[in-house]
Design a binder for this molecule. Structure first.
Ligand code: SF4
Length: 487
C-alpha cells in the first residue's frame, strides 16, 4: 500500500478499488532531461550517496544507512504502508527528510505528504530532526550549462509566491494521522457503488468518471446534462426536465453560452447570433492564416535563455487561405529547434491578413512572444504576427454559435468532428496534444531512422489536421451565417 492509495481511498473508496484493478496509463506531463538526483547532490555538495531500488524493504535501507548518510529514493514500510523518501540524511538513528518538488513553490500540501513519511519513519524507530523542501528557483535562467546551485532552493519553511509561510516541522508535527483506522477500513472494503459527489468532477476530474457514470456518454445531444457550468442540471433531470429546451430558467445561471445552448435546442439544434457573428467574421482580413503549435514542457531548462517550467516549441502547422486557394506549410524539429521554427514560420506566414488559432491568447500568442524574447533579431516580425492574431474559439466560447452536437464541449476536436465526421482525429495515430508530446519524445530518442520517419509523419498529420480543421470551421461559420441570412 502506497500513500497514493490512501489518498485515493480518502477521496473515494471506489476510485481506490478501480485503480487497483486497472492498469492506468502513466504519462509524464513534464519532459525531464536531467538526472535530478545528480543535480541535487551537486546543490548540497553530497559526494557519496546511495539510490534506493524498487521494492527495497526497510531493513535493506537501514542496512545501507550503515555505509551511506545520504540516500535518494529511500524505501521504507510500516504497518503495510510503503513510502519512498526523495532524499534522506540519516545518522545514528536520527534523520532529516527532504522532499524534491518540480515546482516553483513549496506549499503546505507537501507537508501533508510528509506526515505519512513521519508515520512510517517513526514506525521504523527513526527520529526526525527536521524537514526540508527542495524546489525550483523561478528566477533561474539556463546559460551554457546547468548551474545546479542556482537552479534549486532549499527551505525549512513553506514558500508561497515568494513569501515564507509556516515552519515545515511545526506543521508536520501538528498533523495527527489516524492511519491505523484508515488502513483497517481499506483492508475491509469489498465493493463500493458509484456515488456522484464533487470529488468526481472537481478540479481534477476522476479518471473513472466515464466508467461510473456511462449515462453521461450516451445521453442525447440536447440533454439537459450537456448544459455547461450548471449547478442544477442533475436536479432538473431528477425533476423530469430531460432537454435543454425545457430548462427551468430559474435554475439556470444564465450565462451567454447556457442561453445559446437552450436557444439552439429550441430552434432545432443550432443557435447563431447573426449580427455578432457577422461582425466577428467581418473583422477577418485575407489572406487568412490558420496556425497551430505543438510544444513540450521542461521544468528544468535544457537550452540557453530558458527559465524553469518553460515550454519548448517543436512544431507548427500553417494553412493559408487567400479566398480561392489553400496552401500548407509546416516545420517539425528535434532538440533545440526554436530558431529553425521561428525562421520557417516567418518565411511562410503572409505579412498581412488575419492569423487564426484556437485558444490563441492562452497558447499561440504566448509561444510567439517567447520566440520574440529568445531571438531579438526576429522580435519585430514575430510580434507583428501577434497583432494580427484572432481567437477562433471566440464565437463558440462567447455563445455566438452553439450546435447541440457539441454536447457541451468546446474543444477543437469536438467542433471538427461535428462539422466533418469523415476526417476524424480518432482516425489518427496521434489524436490529441498529450499524445503528440509523447510521440515527439519517442521520435527524438529513436535511433531507428525508419521508425523516426513514422513518428514524424504521425505528428505532421495531427498538427496538419488541427490547422485544416480551423479552415473548415471558418468555412462552416461563413456557411451557417449565409444560411441564416437566407431565412
Ligand atoms: S467517478 Fe466518482 S464515484 Fe466514480 S470512482 Fe471517481 S470519485 Fe469515485
Amino acid at each position: 500500500m502506497h500513500v497514493s492509495d490512501i489518498k485515493r481511498f480518502l477521496r473515494c473508496p471506489r476510485l481506490y478499488q478501480l485503480s487497483l484493478e486497472t492498469k492506468m496509463e502513466f504519462h509524464l506531463y513534464f519532459n525531464i532531461s536531467t538526472d535530478i538526483d545528480v543535480s541535487i547532490a551537486k546543490k548540497l555538495n553530497i559526494e557519496e550517496y546511495y539510490v534506493g531500488i524498487t521494492n527495497q524493504e526497510s531493513s535493506d535501507t537501514l542496512l545501507v544507512a550503515n555505509s551511506y548518510n545520504w540516500i535518494f529514493k529511500a524505501r521504507f514500510s510500516y504497518n503495510g504502508l510503503r513510502i519512498r523518501v526523495p532524499l534522506l540524511y540519516i545518522n545514528e538513528g536520527h534523520c532529516n527528510v527532504y522532499s524534491i518538488l518540480l515546482s516553483t513553490q513549496a506549499l503546505e500540501n507537501e507537508g501533508n505528504n510528509m506526515a505519512y513519511t513521519k508515520y512510517v519513519l517513526e514506525g521504523n524507530g527513526l527520529i526526525i530532526d527536521n524537514y526540508y523542501i527542495i524546489f525550483l528557483n523561478k528566477d533561474y535562467t539556463y546559460k551554457d550549462k546547468l548551474d545546479d546551485k542556482k537552479l534549486w532552493i532549499i527551505t525549512d519553511c513553506f514558500i508561497k509566491n515568494d513569501k515564507k509561510m509556516g515552519n515545515i516541522k511545526e506543521y508536520v508535527d501538528s498533523i495527527s494521522l489516524d492511519l491505523d483506522d484508515v488502513l483497517y477500513q481499506m483492508d475491509k472494503y469489498e465493493f463500493a457503488l458509484p456515488i456522484r459527489t464533487n470529488k468526481c468532477t472537481g478540479r481534477n476530474r476522476c479518471p473513472f468518471f466515464d466508467d461510473c457514470f456511462p449515462l453521461d456518454k450516451i445521453i442525447d445531444d440536447n440533454s439537459i446534462l450537456t448544459l455547461v457550468s450548471s449547478k442544477y442540471k442533475y436536479e432538473m433531470l431528477e425533476d423530469g426536465i430531460k432537454y435543454l429546451k425545457d430548462a427551468d430558467l430559474k435554475r439556470v445561471e444564465g450565462n451567454k453560452v447556457q442561453m445559446a445552448q437552450i436557444k439552439a435546442d429550441q430552434s432545432g439544434g443550432l443557435y447563431v447570433d447573426k449580427e455578432k457573428l457577422k461582425t466577428w467574421l467581418n473583422q477577418l482580413e485575407f489572406p487568412i492564416s490558420f496556425l497551430d503549435f505543438e510544444w513540450d514542457l521542461f521544468p528544468i531548462p535544457p537550452y540557453n535563455d530558458m527559465k524553469v517550467m518553460d515550454v519548448l516549441l517543436f512544431q507548427y502547422s500553417l494553412h493559408v487561405y487567400d479566398g480561392k486557394n489553400l496552401s500548407h506549410y509546416e516545420c517539425i524539429g528535434e532538440g533545440d529547434s526554436r530558431e529553425e521554427i521561428a525562421m520557417s514560420l516567418l518565411k511562410n506566414i503572409p505579412k498581412k491578413g488575419s492569423v487564426l488559432a484556437y485558444n490563441a491568447a492562452g497558447a499561440e500568442k504566448i509561444r510567439i512572444k517567447e520566440l520574440a524574447n529568445y531571438f531579438p533579431q526576429y522580435n519585430y516580425e514575430l510580434l507583428k504576427i501577434n497583432e494580427r492574431l484572432v481567437d477562433m474559439a471566440t464565437p463558440f466560447i462567447t455563445g455566438l454559435v452553439y450546435d447541440t452536437r457539441m454536447r457541451g464541449s468546446f474543444t477543437l476536436n469536438t467542433i471538427e468532428n461535428m462539422i466533418d465526421n469523415k476526417h476524424s482525429y480518432d482516425d489518427l495515430e496521434v489524436s490529441d496534444g498529450m499524445k503528440a508530446v509523447k510521440i515527439h519524445r519517442e521520435m527524438t530518442n529513436c535511433q531507428d531512422e525508419k521508425q523516426k520517419q513514422i513518428y514524424k509523419k504521425q505528428l505532421l498529420e495531427y498538427c496538419g489536421l488541427d490547422t485544416y480543421s480551423l479552415y473548415k470551421i471558418f468555412k462552416w461559420l461563413k456557411m451557417i451565417l449565409s444560411d441564416q441570412n437566407d431565412r
